[in-house]
Design a protein around this ligand. Structure first.
Ligand code: SAM
Ligand code: SF4
Length: 329
């Protein structure tokens, strides 16, 4: 079992496979996109597999593929298929914006992916365009239909943004009446790739819950699964459920079980830190698996207590303008 220096179990890896994306969500990246990583800077699939295989041997049980947009990277199904065969891996899942995903759903199911997180901030095509700067609402809805048709577990990720989509909170909750989806409202985090930092947010988890409760007064708290980052709720008579993720308020750090690897191979012990080491560089220096394992264990022993401490260090570097597309959410 992998433990960090605070005694927390680490068993979940989020692997971002690309920084590129076919949307331009304003909370994630600027309209012109990012200064994209070159092919050489990206981890190859072979490097990703080697790192994942070692981490699974060390105690990682769940891997989530994210990005950027995973389906923008060429032959992503090859990587997913290879990962699905890793001995000891209990769960493989992914987070996608749904633009290119629909044609792959049957194959995802075949290789054993059971749950997909689909990002969708609004049910209104015009607001979708205003938020993502692309006219792709119909393809995302098609992906949702396809996922449900294949009996996949669907979690809808909705970032709640003051002045942009708070009118969508209730319609998105209403979606759970007839569809077996889990709609999860996420507090906006300061990772839009332009380096803006802010001292607080208007729509935090308390306000989001109050907004939902006004329309659905009989909403009920349900037990949160172990390591859950969301507060989970059900509404009597609804097929789906509702979650709220206090990603900015950081209420879940005490049980954090996750590490992240960015597309360029940087290991992040926390969403809010600026990286602890680069796995790709070490592998290209021909480090052995034994040495890599020791290096990783040392890194897990330096985890910050929570996202506030991790962020404090990151802010010491004024040139650090991270986009969520390199963190993977
Ligand atoms: N492109 C894929 C997608 O959008 O699902 C995967 C990568 S995206 C970075 C992963 C998740 O991070 C998405 O659900 C997205 O909404 C969320 N995200 C991006 N920027 C965010 C921000 N500034 N605050 C909160 N969530 C954010
Ligand atoms: Fe792309 Fe996902 Fe970022 Fe939107 S949130 S720009 S879909 S990586």
């Amino acid at each position: 079992m992998l433990l960090d220096n605070h005694g927390r179990k680490i068993n979940y890896l989020r692997l971002a496979v690309t920084d590129r994306c076919n949307l331009r969500c304003f909370y994630c990246m600027p309209a012109e996109g990012l200064d994209w990583l070159s092919r050489r800077e990206l981890m190859t699939y072979e490097e990703m597999l080697r790192a994942c295989s070692l981490l699974v041997k060390m105690g990682i049980e769940k891997i989530r593929i994210t990005g950027g947009e995973p389906f923008v990277r060429k032959d992503i199904m090859q990587l997913l298929t290879a990962l699905s065969k890793l001995d000891g891996l209990k769960e493989l899942s992914l987070t996608t914006n749904g633009v290119l995903t629909a044609p792959h759903v049957a194959e995802l199911k075949r290789i054993g992916v059971r749950s997909v997180n689909l990002s969708l901030d609004t049910l209104d095509a015009n607001r979708f365009f205003a938020i993502t700067r692309r006219d792709e609402f119909a393809s995302v809805m098609e992906t949702m239909e396809e996922l449900l048709k294949h009996d996949m577990e669907v979690k809808i990720n909705t970032v709640v943004m003051a002045g942009k989509n708070t009118q969508d909170i209730i319609p998105l909750v209403e979606l759970t009446k007839n569809l077996p989806v889990s709609v999860r409202f996420i507090e906006e985090m300061p990772f839009n790739g332009e380096g803006h930092s802010y001292s607080g947010i208007v729509w935090d988890y308390v306000r989001i819950f109050d907004e939902i409760r006004q329309t659905f007064p009989d909403i009920q708290k349900v037990p949160d699964p172990q390591y859950s980052t969301s507060y989970n709720y059900s509404i009597p008579g609804h097929k789906g459920s509702v979650g709220i993720i206090a990603a900015y308020s950081r209420t879940f750090c005490g049980t954090c079980n996750r590490i992240r690897i960015t597309p360029q191979g940087t290991l992040k012990n926390c969403l809010y830190d600026d990286g602890v080491l680069n796995i790709k560089d070490l592998m290209r220096l021909r480090i052995s698996d034994t040495e890599l394992e020791q290096t990783l264990r040392r890194a897990f022993n330096t985890r910050e207590k929570d996202g506030w401490q991790a962020e404090q260090k990151r802010l010491e570097n004024p040139n650090f303008h991270e986009s969520m597309a390199t963190i993977g959410g």
